[in-house]
Write a protein that binds this ligand. Structure first.
Ligand SMILES: *Cc1c(COP(=O)(O)O)cnc(C)c1O
Length: 375
């Protein structure tokens, strides 16, 4: 950094300079480059992507949309919003499209937080909540987890007069913990009308039907509720970046004011529309995920490795004891061509998170882990 550049970076607000950036899963290309491995032999189970990829209908929609990229996308995302509004029984003006649901989380903080405000979220909850809070100069209040999951009563009790947003991840990433819909609904009802509840349901499609909350229907009674969902996980579109928020029209309006005019690109809009319609593909992805979770749990039982039962498409696996740390196991797995996710930055130093892959990928992970641990 030269002298002028460091002078400029010092102009950045202190709360921006304190941000420690999000650490993504290691890309396959990077591991191949760094460890001299062949890309086709690397298994990436690090970012909770759908191992089947998008459905054939979605691939066709993507190919068809490619011809239109010379035009700006529809900045209002009319067709996709219309489909979502019909699906959830809400008005078009209650939908906000995002560049991934991460964008929805960011937009909520942009629209509602001032420096000095508070947000509340759980210990071990999704890393974007503290990041988005910090980027606005607000203060994050992290509420101690109970059995590694959200303690809703403690979160309610942690609200201060400065609290503007409460984040709930259901299921949560990275822990895979889940709250019954009735408990979440009662929690939303207990929150003051002047505090926005952001209910992040990125893994909703992986839940069994009787575990899924009809959370959009709560908005009429609770206009301070924002539900966020994504096409990145069960729909298999992580690379295209498209998610959405469902909220009261007044809340959605504020998010729409601060978003970029063309925040969701045209191929993503076309793909998401096709993905939403292909319900059979999502159902099959969820079914295969349940089988994959059983495969992983059975395999871990067989080698005597502990895990936390999960409601998502991933599993937290305990690979070290007493704070010794998972890093050596993570590194050894990398050397054998298996990418998982370290979660020390979530306050879980002895664990790794593994995404449910295809059956042969799960088997690769299990045999590599067994070899690394000498089981
Ligand atoms: C993956 C994830 C998201 C956001 O993913 P996008 O790709 O930005 O839609 C949001 N919340 C949780 C809990 C996640 O795990």
């Amino acid at each position: 950094m030269n002298a002028n550049a460091s002078t400029v970076s010092a102009l950045s607000p202190e709360y921006v300079r304190r941000i420690s950036p999000y650490v993504p899963g290691k890309p396959i290309e990077e591991l191949a480059r760094e460890y001299g491995l062949v890309e086709s032999q690397i298994v990436k189970l690090a970012s909770n992507e759908n191992p089947r990829g998008p459905s054939p209908k979605v691939r066709a929609a993507i190919a068809a949309a490619a011809a239109g990229v010379t035009r700006y996308p529809d900045g209002n995302g009319f067709a996709l919003k219309q489909a979502l509004a019909a699906r959830f029984g809400v008005g078009l003006d209650q939908i906000v499209l995002g560049n991934g649901s991460n964008d929805i989380l960011e937009l909520a903080t942009q629209a509602f937080l001032r420096p000095g405000d508070d947000t509340v979220y759980a210990q071990h909850a999704f890393a974007v909540y503290p990041l988005a809070t910090q980027a606005r100069g607000a203060r994050g209040i992290e509420v101690r987890a109970r059995d590694l999951g959200h303690d809703l009563a403690a979160m309610r009790a942690a609200l201060t007069p400065q609290t503007r947003i409460v984040f709930i991840a259901n299921p949560n990433n990275p822990t895979g913990t889940w709250l019954p819909p009735a408990e979440v609904q009662a929690f939303v009802a207990s929150i003051p009308a002047g505090v926005l509840v952001v209910l992040d349901e990125a893994y909703n499609e992986y839940l069994q039907a009787d575990e899924q909350a009809d959370s959009a229907s709560w908005i009429a009674a609770h206009p301070n509720l924002l539900v966020s969902r994504t096409f990145s996980k069960a729909y298999g579109l992580a690379g295209l970046r498209v998610g959405y928020g469902i909220a009261d029209a007044g809340v959605a309006d504020m998010l729409n004011r601060v978003r970029q005019p063309f925040n969701v690109n045209s191929i993503a809009q076309a793909a998401a529309l096709a993905a939403l319609a292909d319900e059979a593909y999502v159902a099959e992805s969820a079914r295969l995920n349940s089988e994959g979770l059983v495969q992983l749990m059975t395999g871990l039982d067989a080698i005597g490795v502990a895990y936390l039962p999960s409601h998502g498409n991933f599993l937290m696996v305990r690979v070290a004891d007493a704070g010794k740390g998972a890093a050596p196991v993570y590194e050894a797995l990398l050397r054998s061509g298996v990418i998982v996710r370290p979660v020390a930055n979530y306050g879980l130093p002895d664990w790794i998170r593994v995404t449910v892959g295809l059956p042969e990928e799960n088997a690769r992970f299990l045999s590599a882990l067994g070899a690394v641990l000498g089981r």
